[in-house]
Write a protein that binds this ligand. Structure first.
Ligand code: WT7
Length: 654
């Protein structure tokens, strides 16, 4: 009989009286790979040693001379070491007896299936790496990837890594214009796309959008098209190439490039506080060390696991915990192309049952949607294979946590609520599933080998109560810069306090036992359904429309999405506020950025409230938005605290 929770734990329940905490079940704790309750203090005694040991679990082509070279804000990890990410994700497993193990169990939305073994992955990555070389891609060149959730997305990333090319994956939900801007910023030479992909029974016309983008990307020399369906498209002679033809003609083996530990592995664009997304640069040795170690530690990964991270490869979660972390660890990964409610609302649970998924890593916004759809959907399936659950992307509210724990985890699975960012590359704050008690709503403590604190604006340590999250020592998977903008890297992340302290732009509070509760962003970045969107991006997109004089975007609490996007717009002379114009403006944002940024509401107003210095008073707009639109408070327990933090932060900026 497995031990059934929930069971409050003594040590922390007296510190957090009103809240319930949950201990991992003895059965889970006993079998967990990490059972040392002192792992954090041991790692803290010699952090470089801790990360060097972690790096030692990867295969290096040349050992490093020095673990860390820290010249704030620039870090170099495993200096002098040479390593190849695709070798670590494919070749070494093929050589170590896992040749026939499933690497990817893929399901398309229409129900088609493919299982790719480590050997199969190795073979395809080698061939495609050669194909890219044949197209003239060299070490250091950038390659843009605009694909649906199909195995070729993983193959493309690993093929780039194999030859030392730098990939930049653009989420398939971004518009043609957003794709164009990212391609141009990165200066990509090749674009890999598909004829289309399935989403809720519809076809995402990726190649169509790619064609539109490529009209204005002089850097692109070739376009590779994966045939996902049989969707109509235009093939441009000499520029466009079918993926399957390239594979057919490519040689079987491509030697992995011995990359310097600090060679860039990828650029991933994310939203910041200006209208222009930032190209976050991740490098090779430290990043691979960080994601490999945390995949094993946080998910308690074992050789027999069937691991399913539901994130799209277009986001950092897909990069770190669908591709690089789990594949370097030799995991069997489930990958799904489509929507969770297609054809029915039990699609995920049918897949968990069918493939015997043991670890599920998903987002609070999805969990809240499942909650709304009701527990009858998961109840239709046998979910007893599950042994660990994860959450990522935004704070998980205690109600959603409890629902996940009971209805998906059967009160038997620990939940790891993992806090991190595109910039951190790897999970930073969570509970260790075999040893740490869980407190719904609090992410947990910093992982071993990390130094994280909650500071006030003056940089003083906050031991109880609200403040700002700070990372006070470098970590291996940290971003190395913003592509083409080292000044922005310094000012954005390393100038809030002293130059060696990273500013995460997250509000946080810390309990006496060190548990951190995240309160949301304190800058003008929204988190809509787990997607990061900058208010300035939305505003710039809107003022580009001839009807718009001024725009102010705010996030308001939303029961499922966490935050919903509401924009206040003033019109230029001669334009009248109509429902048609409102919907035209929504479409305009979708065209500029993508469907993920479609505003929930656009409020056409005569004027916007401003301070004497001319700054839009967002806090007032938020109040209006919250009161008038939903009459509901945010799902965050600490909405007020974060509003105050935001206010303080904004005032500080003036
Ligand atoms: C922002 C980063 C991390 C990969 C996916 C999102 C928020 C993320 C949590 C969590 C509370 C969280 C933060 C962070 N966030 N995970 N477990 N609890 N907040 O990556 O798009 O770079 O967004 O997501 O606000 O700053 P991202």
């Amino acid at each position: 009989m497995p031990d059934m929770g929930p069971r409050p734990t003594e040590e922390i329940s007296d510190l957090l009286v009103e809240d319930r905490t949950f201990a991992p079940s003895p059965a889970f704790a006993k079998a967990a790979s990490m059972r040392d309750p002192d792992i954090r203090s041991k790692a803290a005694a010699d952090m470089e040693r801790f990360w060097a040991d972690a790096a030692g679990e990867l295969d290096w082509m040349r050992p490093w001379d020095k673990v860390l070279d820290w010249n704030p804000p620039n870090a170099r990890w495993f200096v002098g070491g040479r390593i190849n990410a695709s070798y670590n994700c494919c070749d070494r497993h093929v050589e170590n007896g896992m040749r026939n193990k499933a690497a990817i169990i893929w399901e398309g939305e229409p129900g088609d299936r493919r299982v790719i073994t480590y050997w199969g992955l190795y073979r395809e990555v080698n061939k495609f790496a050669n194909a890219l070389k044949d197209l003239g891609v060299k070490k250091g060149d950038r390659v843009a990837i605009y694909l649906p959730m199909i195995p070729e997305a993983v193959v493309s990333m690993l093929a780039c890594a194999r030859i030392g090319a730098v990939h930049t994956v653009v989420f398939g939900g971004f518009s043609a214009e957003a794709l164009r801007d990212r391609i141009n910023d990165a200066g990509a030479k090749v674009l890999i796309t598909a004829d289309g992909g399935y989403r809720r029974g519809q076809i995402l016309p990726l190649k169509h959008d790619a064609d539109y983008a490529v009209r204005e990307t002089p850097c692109i020399q070739h376009v590779v098209i994966v045939q996902r369906g049989n969707f109509p498209l235009r093939v441009v002679d000499k520029r466009d190439h079918w993926y399957h033809r390239l594979i057919q003609n490519a040689a079987n083996y491509c030697p992995p490039e011995p990359c310097d530990s600090e060679d860039p592995l990828y650029i991933l664009y994310t939203s910041g506080t200006t209208g222009k997304p930032k190209g976050i640069v991740h490098t090779t040795g430290g990043y691979m060390t960080g994601v490999h170690a945390t995949t094993k530690l946080v998910f308690d990964l074992k050789p027999t696991d069937v691991y399913w991270c539901t994130a799209d490869v277009g986001w950092v979660t897909g990069h770190s915990y669908l591709v690089y972390g789990p594949l370097a660890a030799g995991a069997t990964c489930v990958m799904y192309e489509g929507a969770p409610d297609w054809p029915d609302r039990d699609r995920f649970w049918g897949m968990v049952e069918e493939y015997g998924v043991t670890i599920l890593y998903t987002a609070p916004t999805a969990i809240r949607a499942f909650m709304k759809w009701g527990a009858d959907w998961p109840k239709k399936h046998d979910l007893s294979s599950l042994r660990l659950l994860g959450s990522v992307g935004e704070p998980i509210n205690p109600e959603a946590w409890m629902w996940y724990y009971e209805h998906i985890g059967g009160q038997r699975c620990p939940i790891v609520d993992t806090w991190w960012q595109t910039e951190t590359g790897m999970i930073m704050v969570t509970t260790l599933p075999g040893t740490d008690a869980m407190k719904p709503g609090a992410a947990g403590r910093p992982l071993p080998g990390l130094s994280i604190e909650v500071l006030n604006a003056a940089g003083e340590k906050v031991t109880i109560g609200g403040g700002l999250l700070a990372i006070t020592k470098p970590w291996p998977a940290m971003l190395r810069g913003i592509w083409g903008d080292s000044e922005r890297y310094r000012t954005q992340y390393w100038s809030k306090w002293d130059i060696g302290t990273y500013f995460a732009a997250d509000g946080a509070k810390v309990a006496p036992n060190g548990y951190i509760t995240f309160l949301g962003r304190v800058d003008d970045v929204l988190n809509v359904a787990g997607h990061r969107i900058g208010t300035m991006e939305i505003e710039s997109a809107l003022v580009d429309n001839p009807a718009v004089a001024e725009a102010a975007a705010i996030g308001i609490g939303h029961a499922i999405k966490g935050q919903a996007l509401v924009v206040f717009v003033t019109l230029k002379e001669g334009y009248r506020p109509t429902a048609t114009l409102e919907s035209e403006l929504k479409d305009h944002v979708v065209r500029k950025i993508g469907a993920i940024a479609r505003p929930e509401r656009i409020i056409l107003s005569a004027d916007l409230p401003k301070t004497r210095s001319g700054k839009i008073m967002r806090r007032l707009l938020r109040d209006i938005g919250e009161g008038r639109v939903l009459g509901d408070t945010t799902t965050l327990a600490d909405a007020e605290t974060v509003n105050h933090l935001k206010q303080a932060y904004e005032e500080g900026e003036e």
